[in-house]
Write a protein that binds this ligand. Structure first.
Ligand code: PLP
Length: 379
């Protein structure tokens, strides 16, 4: 098969297709810059891909075994996946001690955030979020024509439940989005602080995005037994190392799950992802090993980069922030060394900050060595 050349592109109609929805016309696409293309183009370099907070370690071997076993079955790829991921929901229910009716498994937690926005937001409604935070959620809210209302605390590294309550009380808000541990600040909100927000703002649905909760060991899940205006999202892309499989989930009151199911496509979680996630979930010992590796790796990175004279802000997740005098130049110079990290210095309260994903202690020693070479070059 030959790929058509530019003449084929020029042969397409010059009249533009119909305009998209009004809310979409005003959207800029999520800034999806991946280092994958650069990495693939430099096969000789040993890359340290530390830009997207993916796990730098492989998933549980049980996940790979589950995929392999599935591929050996007769109708492995020609049938649609099981609807609503029943095996995985059963395993999640047992792990978290919540009834199966409280779960919705999604195509990554991005898909969960998308479904929540599509289910709950009417055009013109207000969405409050604690900024700076995970940007992709904002695109999903804007797609529904929502009005975004960021709440930036005086200190973006300190929990501010009172500030959030004040922002929510200033005008009616349909949704509030809080990430804990927050990407990229690492800020963790305690269950008690979250409970205060839930109690003060019963009309607002509070989304707590716990994409990194396996690392921090802290969760607000227990609050689902006390508050029906809480919705929690999780992912298999981080601590479970299954980003390529695209599996996430929602935990909420059964009535909220039923409402989400009105818009959700139950075929959207692929068969391999369902099986891999269930197998990984059942291997909690491996998860504990990954979390311990990341904690040890973070200690190595913090110590090594601090010794180079850089200010490091560690987190209870699999990333940290490092403050550098010229973030753009530093990120570009590290990429030359095969280290891919993410410049976050344009976000509120994060002047000079670059986000770095944490890997194993060995990988972090390599990071420090390459950062030292960059430091010497930029001096
Ligand atoms: N939520 C947060 C806070 C994230 O940082 C990310 C990814 O970086 C996601 C959600 C998306 O995760 P998933 O791969 O499950 O869509």
């Amino acid at each position: 098969m030959n790929t058509p050349d530019s003449r084929a592109l020029a042969a397409l109609p010059s009249a533009l297709p119909p305009r998209p929805a009004r809310a979409v016309c005003d959207l800029s696409p999520y800034e999806a810059t991946s280092s994958r293309d650069v990495i693939d183009a430099r096969p000789a370099q040993v890359p340290l891909k530390l830009d997207w907070n993916e796990s730098t370690l492989p998933p549980s071997p049980r996940a790979l075994e589950a995929i392999e076993a599935y591929l050996r079955r007769a109708h492995h790829l020609n049938w649609y996946p099981l609807l609503h991921s029943p095996g995985l929901v059963g395993a999640l229910s047992a792990l978290h001690g919540l009834p199966p009716e409280c779960f919705l498994v999604t195509n990554g937690s991005d898909d969960a955030l998308h479904a929540i926005c599509a289910t709950y937001l009417n055009p013109g409604e207000r969405v409050v979020y604690a900024a700076p935070t995970y940007q992709h959620f904002l695109v999903f809210a804007q797609q529904e024509g929502a009005l975004l209302s960021p709440h930036v605390s005086a200190d973006v590294f300190a929990a501010d439940p009172d500030g959030l309550i004040a922002a929510l009380s200033a005008a009616p808000a349909r949704l509030c989005y809080l990430v804990s541990p927050n990407n990229p600040t690492g800020l963790v909100y305690s269950a008690e602080q979250i409970a205060r927000v839930l109690a003060a703002c019963p009309e607002t649905l509070l989304i707590v995005d716990e994409a990194y909760a396996e690392f921090s060991g802290e969760s607000c899940l227990e609050l689902l037994y006390r508050y029906s205006n809480l919705i929690v999202t999780r992912t298999f892309s981080k601590a479970y190392g299954l980003a390529a499989c695209r599996v996430g989930y929602v935990m909420a009151h059964p009535a909220a799950i039923a409402d989400l199911r009105r818009v959700f496509n139950p075929k959207s979680v692929n068969a391999l992802g369902q099986l891999a996630a269930e197998a990984a979930l059942r291997d909690q010992e491996y998860l504990r090993w990954v979390v311990a590796q990341v904690a040890a790796g973070q200690r190595v990175a913090v110590e090594g980069l601090s010794a180079l004279g850089l200010r490091v802000r560690p987190s209870r997740a699999n990333f940290f922030l490092v403050e550098v005098p010229a973030p753009g130049a530093w990120v570009a110079a590290l990429a030359e060394e095969g280290v891919y990290v993410r410049n976050r210095s344009h976000l509120p309260g994060l002047a000079g900050c670059v986000r770095v994903t944490v890997g194993s202690p060995e990988q972090m020693r390599e990071l420090v060595a390459r950062a030292a070479r960059v430091g010497a070059r930029l001096r």
